[in-house]
Design a protein around this ligand. Structure first.
Ligand code: PEP
Ligand code: MN
Length: 338
């Protein structure tokens, strides 16, 4: 349920309604703007009669929200959320580029790739220390030594880092070491993990599941926000369809739908969507044109030797060209890409 206050409502009146609702056990998502103040009431609101709120003479309107997601809902918070990832803002006018290899393979590999992606325009470094591989015989990631390498890259090159957490036990380790915690597609509905991440205030990059609807994806974001963590960034990375020419099908319409339904930022991962490096540039340009708030792209200096996802990794020089081309598109849609 959404309660909109009249313009000029006093702080004491807002306090009065807050105390009234909290007294009945409801949780409130507050959106306080310069002119409009909104309370999003979370809980079993079926027992509330919307009409009864008009008894408070400072209440402008009361609306029942049909969607199952509440805190994530744009109706609860009309203003876009901007998430601060180690000083880099995601969800504002500027489009943010994240780049790096699929996996941390060695200190030498990261020492080559990190300065190259940074020079090309990436403001966040990506790389997995724990890899969710389809086969148990494939490279599983370096684990803690991989996170140590990433942290050294962050310090040496002064760049925030994003990496995927795969288990609840590792959450404290990730909170301590990375700027943005990635929840991979395969864990999008790992509700225990989402609840644990909801207890932190770390920015979370929530990837869309392999075969999940947008509503299911937003409900997963709701789990994180319900726990008290407002710093959620969504990432569309392609979904399963009947098409086999690409690894997944990039659902570019998700950008438009997500922007309408939620205030949370959305970025695009063209690498896991396409599965082939040749298609990355086109999908990236489409993502920027469609209104995405950022891109996360796999980059490797020797893709043919990569321990995972080499076929979809761009060489650093191609990545640099892509960033330049996306800059032009950003300007055309009244954004910046710096
Ligand atoms: C990744 O980012 O390397 C990854 C495994 O992504 P996804 O969860 O989207 O498959
Ligand atoms: Mn990958």
């Amino acid at each position: 349920m959404i309660i909109k206050f009249k313009e000029g409502t006093k702080i004491v009146q807002i306090d009065e309604l807050r105390n009234f609702l909290k007294g009945q056990g409801f949780d409130i998502h507050e959106s306080i703007g310069s002119t409009i103040t909104i309370f999003g009431v979370v809980g079993d609101t079926t027992k509330l009669d919307p009409q009864s709120f008009y008894a408070f003479d400072f209440v402008d309107s009361v609306l029942r929200v049909q969607e199952p997601f509440k805190k994530v809902n744009r109706k609860f918070q009309p203003i876009d959320t901007v998430v601060d990832v180690g000083g880099v803002l995601i969800g504002g006018k500027n489009i943010v580029i994240m780049g790096g290899p699929c996996a941390v393979e060695s200190e030498e590999q990261m020492d080559i790739i990190t300065p190259l992606v940074k020079a090309a325009g990436a403001s966040i470094l990506r790389a997995g220390a724990y890899k969710p591989r389809t086969s148990p015989y494939s490279f599983q990631g370096l684990g803690i030594p991989g996170l140590d390498i990433l942290r050294r890259m962050k310090e040496k090159y002064n760049i925030p880092i994003v990496s995927e957490v795969m288990s609840i036990e590792d959450v404290p380790l990730f909170v301590e070491n990375v700027d943005l915690i990635q929840v991979g597609a395969r864990n999008m509905q790992n509700f225990s993990l989402l609840k644990e991440l909801g207890k932190t205030t770390k920015p979370i990059l929530l990837k869309r599941g392999l075969a999940n609807t947008i509503e299911e994806w937003l409900m997963s974001a709701e789990y994180i926000m319900a726990g008290g963590n407002p710093n959620v960034i969504l990432c569309e990375r392609g979904i399963r369809t009947y098409e086999t020419a690409t690894r997944n099908t990039l659902d570019i319409s998700a950008v438009a739908v997500v922007k309408k339904l939620t205030h949370l930022p959305i970025i695009i991962d063209p690498s896991h969507a396409a599965g082939r490096w040749e298609y990355i540039e086109s999908l990236s340009k489409a993502a920027v044109a469609a209104g995405a708030d950022g891109l996360i792209i796999e980059v490797h200096h020797e893709p043919e030797k990569a321990l995972s996802d080499g076929q979809q990794s761009l060489k650093p020089e191609r990545f640099a060209e892509l960033v330049q081309k996306c800059q032009k598109i950003a300007v055309a849609v009244d954004r910046t890409l710096e």
